[in-house]
Write a protein that binds this ligand. Structure first.
Ligand code: FAD
Length: 441
């Protein structure tokens, strides 16, 4: 039975149409596959998960604002819009560009006429001792759920234990993910706990954000960075800027402060929201690598020196202009490559890829956010928060996800403690397992 389904998965399509294989069902891969629906080609999308994850809202799952299903989308459902689309669940392990073939786990193979690589990146631990073992990353659905369960298990333990005991959460990384995660945790502590855990004084829950740079949200304008820092301080977050995490231990972190002194901070939970790198597996595919090990592409998103292979999104970089590893470049490159392949098939020329920077935003909590949106003045507070909400809901795949996310976020921010999506109160196997080597969500 298993053999049959494996064989079917990767069987030749039996059509005379051009076959495009897309590796990775994230922002870039799905955008490419969708654009290819307009072309007369067969499309096979391969991903190690059966779903697409909307990563910008993962921290909402981790902090009990959204269900995992609200921000994930069944990749096989793409077939509803394109009968020439099929999905294969699996991990690509090797790329043979001379045979035009990719190898998948379990010995399966897929032949391609065009190959789009959109594998994304993985967590970077920066070789910090103990980080991979003791910290919880926030990179995919499983990690967000593990974090949520650990959090609720910690609160339950605290609520029935020694009243002198405290719980400490340390978030590592002052980029958007770290700021958003610690902001959501602070609101949960400050607003919700007194209702849901009356036996637990909120002063017993400590939140620390550690950032090695001098500011939070480095890509933003200094005024926005200062706003974010003030908003977190107002919410009672202990901010450690210019501070490096030297080690993560089972029950704490070792910090190196700006002038080199070290300090040990007790921690029940360490959330790792710091840095990404290209997966080792991708580095082993023998493709040319550029900026920080990302696959080197030309101005048309074509892998340098390799015919009919394209790389897009976080995993790819042009030598002259590496783009930020965020959703918009991946989306735009996905659409571009889909169009490029369609035009190549019709022997039509296509202009080089041009990135349109639409801006960036980060949310700190209810009615508190920063947004730098093209053609608009810089926004903070409620207007930025509304822009953040609208844009994120619009970007989700699937109408049901948009409705569910709108309802759940409205419940979180308008009704507060009564509408928390509860995690498991006892540690689950998944939440206690040491983090794995994580690859692309
Ligand atoms: C917690 C978090 C929050 C973020 N917040 C924001 C934000 O607010 N705004 C923003 O713009 N960006 C944000 N980002 C970054 C954004 O999510 C990425 O830039 C974007 O997902 C990159 O898209 P991609 O298509 O390159 O890769 P991804 O979306 O990462 O997709 C890669 C896909 O490839 C699959 N894959 C990987 N390797 C293989 C393999 N060997 N075989 C088969 N499949 C494979 C993975 O399972 C995954 O589905 C955030 C990222 C994280 C982790």
């Amino acid at each position: 039975m298993e053999l049959t389904s494996l064989t079917l998965d990767t069987a030749p399509l039996g059509t005379a149409r051009t076959h495009v294989v897309v590796v990775g069902g994230g922002f870039g891969g799905v955008a490419a596959a969708r654009r290819l629906a307009r072309a007369d080609v067969d499309v096979t999308l391969v991903d190690r998960h059966p779903y697409n994850t909307f990563k910008p809202l993962l921290y909402q799952v981790a902090t009990a604002g959204l269900n995992a299903g609200d921000i994930t989308w069944f990749l096989r459902a793409e077939r509803a819009a394109n009968p020439r689309f099929r999905f294969v669940l699996g991990s690509v392990t090797a790329v043979d560009t001379s045979a035009r073939r990719v190898e998948l786990d379990g010995g399966r193979r897929l032949d391609y006429d065009h190959l789009v690589l959109a594998t994304g990146v993985v967590v970077e631990w920066y070789a910090v001792p103990g980080a991979a073992r003791h910290a919880l990353p926030l990179y995919g659905r499983a990690e967000a759920l593990a974090l949520r369960d650990r959090l609720f298990a910690g609160l339950e333990t605290l609520s029935r234990g020694d009243p002198g005991r405290e719980v400490r959460v340390v978030v590592v990384g002052g980029g958007a993910t770290g700021v958003e995660t610690v902001g959501a945790l602070a609101e949960m502590r400050n607003r919700d706990l007194r209702v849901t855990y009356p036996e637990l004084a909120s002063s017993r829950v400590h939140l620390t954000l550690v950032e090695r740079g001098p500011d939070l949200l480095a890509p933003f304008h200094p005024r926005m960075r200062a706003y974010a820092a003030r908003a977190l301080l107002r919410r009672g977050v202990d901010l450690r800027l210019g501070t490096t995490v030297a080690a993560v231990e089972a029950d704490g972190v070792v910090l190196r402060r700006p002038h080199g002194a070290t300090e040990r901070l007790a921690a029940d939970l360490v959330v790792w929201a710091s840095g990404v790198r290209v997966p080792d597996a991708v580095r082993a595919w023998g493709l040319p690598l550029g900026d920080r090990g990302r696959i080197a592409v030309d101005a048309h998103c074509r892998v340098v020196g390799v015919e009919r292979v394209y790389a897009i999104g976080d995993v790819a970089a042009h030598a002259d202009a590496p783009l930020p590893q965020v959703a918009t470049p991946a989306l735009q490159q996905g659409r571009y490559v889909g169009r490029l392949i369609a035009r190549t098939e019709r022997q039509r020329a296509t202009r080089p890829f041009r990135y349109r920077d639409k801006g960036t935003m980060a949310v700190i909590g209810r009615a508190s956010a920063v947004a730098e949106i093209r053609y608009l003045p810089r926004l903070t507070g409620l207007p930025a928060w509304l822009a953040w909400l609208g844009l994120h809901v619009l970007m989700l795949l699937g109408r049901r996800n948009r409705v569910a996310t709108t309802v759940n976020l409205a419940a979180r921010y308008l009704a507060g403690s009564r509408n928390v999506i509860v995690g498991d109160g006892v540690p689950t196997e998944a939440s206690l397992a040491p983090p794995r080597e994580l690859t692309g969500g």
